[in-house]
Design a protein around this ligand. Structure first.
Ligand code: ADP
Length: 469
C-alpha cells in the first residue's frame, strides 16, 4: 500500500521544470469520449485504465484499455457521478491522473479538488478557474472586466420578481431566463411578457434546482435569430494561452448542437479575430489552463456577445483538430503533466474546412425520442477526408441510461463546398440497423439550401426546417 498513496504519488514527480509524464491515466467516462482518451494515452505511450458501470460491462472499448474497473450500477448517480468510487478506482489501479471527459464530473470543481487532494492530477482546469468561469453569471462578470462584450443582462443573479420585471422593462421583451449553473439547455426559459416572465422564473428555478441543485437564475436579452460561434482555447500552467480559432455551431434543436463546422461561414475575418482575441483575454483573466471553449452569439450585424465558458473538452473538439492539426486531448494531458505548450499563437494555422455531425440513437419521426437497443448492422463510412469517432460496433447494445450520442462523423477538405460533398457521400455510405439514428435528418440537412449558403440561425431548424417534412 505504501507505493500507492498520495505521498508516494507526489514523490514520483520530478523537481520543477524537469520533464514529466504520467505513468497511468484513469478515464472517468464512457462511450465515444472514453475511447478517444484511451487512444490519446496510447499515442503518448501512457498506460490507461477506464471505469465502467454494469450497463457498459460488455462495451468493446474496455478491452482497448490496460485495465477496466467496474464502479457500480447503470444509474449514473451510483457510478459515473459517484466521486468516491472514481477516486477508489484510481487508487486501485494506481493511476496518477484522472481524465473526466465531458459531461458527468467534467465541470465539477469539487471533483477536481477531490482528485488533487487525493494525489491525482485532474486533467482539466484548476478548481479556482472552474469556479470563476463554470458559473454563467460569474463568468459574465469576468468577461465584462476583461473587456469582452456580453449579452445585455441582469447585473448578476435575479432574486425577486420585481427585479426581473424591472430588467425586462428596461431592455424590452423578449428576455431569456437562464440558470446560472445551467447546461444542456436546462433551466432556460423565454419570456415574451410580464406574465410569462413571472411564470418562467419559477419554472426555470424549479428545473435548475432539480438538475443542478442550484436554483439561481439571471436574465438576458433574447437575441433575435443569432448564430452560435465558439472559440477553442488551450492554456498551460505557465500562463500561456492560445486560441485555435472558431467553430460555428449554429445548427441546433432545442438549444442542442446538431452540426459543427470550422471556419464559420460568412463571418468577416475581422470579427473572427476579434472574437478569438476576446476569448484569450478572458481565459488569461481567469488564470485558465487546459482545454476550454468560449461561446459567443453573433447577431445579424456581426456583433458578438459572450455567453459562457465550457471548462472542459467538448464533443465537437475534433473539428478544430482537423483544421489546426493539433491533437487537443494529447495537449490536454501534456499540460496537465506540467508541460509548456509546444507552440505559440503565431504557429497555429487554420487550414481547410471541417464539419462534424452528431449521430444520436434517436427516432427523428417520434420527436427525437431516444432509441436504445442492439445495433444489428453497423457499416461505417470511410475513404478520403472522413474521420469517425465512435465506440459502436455491430452487436453493440446502446444502453438506455446515458446520452444518446453513438458517433461523431467528421469530414475535412480544402473548401467548405468540397467538405459538403464528402459529408453527403459519407452519410450515404453509413448504414445502421437495429436502432433509429439521426442519420436521416443529417442527410436532409446537407441538402438544405439555407445551410449550404451559410445563412442559418440557432432557431432555423425548429422554426423552418423540421416543418418542411
Ligand atoms: P447551455 O449551457 O444550457 O447549453 P448556453 O448558454 O450555452 O446554454 O446556450 C445554449 C443555446 O441557447 C445557444 O447556443 C443559443 O442557441 C441559445 N441562447 C443562449 N442565450 C441566448 C440569448 N441571450 N439569446 C438568444 N439565444 C440564446
Amino acid at each position: 500500500r505504501l507505493r500507492n498513496s498520495p505521498l508516494t504519488r507526489a514523490a514520483r514527480r520530478p523537481p520543477e521544470d524537469a520533464p514529466f509524464m504520467f505513468r497511468k491515466v484513469l478515464v472517468a467516462n464512457r462511450g465515444e469520449i472514453a475511447l478517444r482518451v484511451i487512444r490519446a494515452c496510447r499515442d503518448l505511450g501512457v498506460e490507461v485504465a477506464v471505469v465502467y458501470s454494469e450497463a457498459d460491462k460488455d462495451a468493446p472499448y474496455l478491452k482497448l484499455a490496460d485495465q477496466a474497473v467496474c464502479i457500480g450500477p447503470a444509474v449514473a448517480t451510483e457510478s459515473y457521478l459517484k466521486m468516491p468510487r472514481i477516486i477508489a478506482a484510481a487508487e486501485g489501479v494506481d493511476a496518477d491522473a484522472i481524465h473526466p471527459g465531458f459531461g458527468f464530473l467534467s465541470e465539477n470543481s469539487r471533483f477536481a479538488q477531490m482528485c488533487r487532494e487525493n494525489g491525482f492530477e485532474f486533467i482539466g482546469p484548476s478548481a479556482e478557474a472552474m469556479n470563476k468561469l463554470g458559473d454563467k453569471a460569474r463568468s459574465k462578470e469576468v468577461a465584462k472586466a476583461a473587456n469582452v462584450p456580453t449579452v445585455p443582462g441582469s447585473d448578476g443573479l435575479v432574486e425577486s420578481e420585481k427585479e426581473a420585471l424591472d430588467f425586462a422593462r428596461k431592455v424590452g421583451y423578449p428576455v431569456l431566463i437562464k440558470a446560472s449553473a445551467g447546461g444542456g439547455g436546462k433551466g432556460m426559459r423565454q419570456a415574451w411578457d410580464d406574465d410569462g416572465l413571472v411564470k418562467g422564473l419559477s419554472a426555470a428555478r424549479t428545473e435548475a434546482e432539480a438538475a443542478f441543485k442550484d436554483g439561481s437564475v439571471f436574465l438576458e436579452k433574447y437575441l433575435d435569430r443569432p448564430r452560435h460561434v465558439e472559440v477553442q482555447l488551450l492554456g498551460d500552467k505557465h500562463g500561456n494561452v492560445v486560441h485555435l480559432f472558431e467553430r460555428d455551431c449554429t445548427l441546433q434543436r432545442r438549444h442542442q448542437k446538431l452540426v459543427e463546422e470550422s471556419p464559420a461561414p460568412n463571418l468577416p475575418d475581422k470579427v473572427r479575430i476579434a472574437m478569438c482575441e476576446s476569448a484569450v483575454r478572458l481565459a488569461k483573466a481567469a488564470g485558465y489552463y487546459s482545454a476550454g471553449t468560449c461561446e459567443f452569439l453573433v447577431d445579424r450585424d456581426h456583433k458578438f456577445y459572450f455567453i459562457e465558458v465550457n471548462a472542459r473538452i467538448q464533443v465537437e473538439h475534433p473539428v478544430t483538430e482537423l483544421v489546426t492539426g493539433v491533437d487537443l486531448i494529447r495537449e490536454q494531458i501534456r499540460v496537465a503533466a506540467g508541460e509548456k505548450l509546444p507552440f505559440e499563437q503565431k504557429d497555429i494555422v487554420h487550414r481547410g474546412a471541417a464539419i462534424e455531425v452528431r449521430v444520436n440513437a434517436e427516432n427523428v419521426d417520434k420527436d427525437f425520442q431516444p432509441s436504445p437497443g442492439v445495433v444489428t448492422t453497423w457499416r461505417p463510412p470511410g475513404g478520403p477526408g472522413v474521420r469517425l469517432d465512435t465506440h459502436v460496433v455491430t452487436g453493440y447494445r446502446v444502453p438506455p441510461n446515458y446520452d444518446s450520442m453513438v458517433a461523431k462523423l467528421l469530414v475535412y477538405q480544402p473548401t467548405r463546398a468540397e467538405a459538403f460533398a464528402v459529408m453527403r457521400r459519407a452519410l450515404r455510405e453509413f448504414v445502421v440497423e437495429g436502432i433509429h439514428t439521426t442519420l436521416p435528418i443529417h442527410r436532409r440537412i446537407f441538402e438544405c439550401p439555407e445551410f449550404i449558403a451559410g445563412e442559418v440561425d440557432t432557431t432555423f431548424i425548429e422554426r423552418e426546417f423540421l416543418k418542411r417534412g
